[in-house]
Design a protein around this ligand. Sequence first.
Ligand SMILES: [Zn+2]
Ligand SMILES: [Zn+2]
Length: 229
Amino acid sequence: MQINKIGTNVLSVFFPTKCYICGAEADLLCKSCKSQFIIPATRCAKCGRALPDAYSNYICQTCFTGKPVFNGGIAFFKYTDTIKSWIHNVKYGKNSYQIRIMDLFKSQIVEAISQFKPDILVPIPLTIEHSYLRGFNQSLLIAKKIANWINLPVATALKKTKFTESQTTVGADKRKRNVRNSFTASKKVKDRRVMLVDDVFTTGSTINEAAKTLKKYTDTVYFFAIAGT
Ligand SMILES: [Zn+2]
Ligand SMILES: [Zn+2]
């Protein structure tokens, strides 16, 4: 009895029984916040972002006009306000432990990734200025979790080579210009089936530029992003 009680107390210090998003009493996520973690049923056939249900097997406007060079990919959740705050917490606060929420969706995420049969995961590196501010990379955190689940190597095979403005504050055209030639790749990815890993997929210009860089060494570059706008 005594030991059980101590055990429970110790656990509650490390894993508080509160919803990470709103603070309500729950294990990781309350029902209402969980309902905002939406896994789309209909997706763009190229980038995997959510499309309205009538558009199965279509590609989205961005892929249609942008002709991305990546082979395919998936932006897993819809980018709801709840997802937005979660990613923000993981990224900027001292709350990176909130990445644990991914565990609740493990089987669906594993299934989504496995369809591409990747053999190596490559996280998108932080912009140079963010690496000074934060010191850790949320994409690496996501990649490590997936790597644990499906036993894949993680290679930090991309490096940022130039200072780019924060991608969240600039428009689509400027994003494209910003990221142009902004990466270098290492030969670690030679002839591998690469899966890039990132947090949010918006215009896709970062993923696309990364794919372009990696394609010097391999023909196959997919991506996984936690959410797509
Ligand atoms: Zn909640
Ligand atoms: Zn698309």
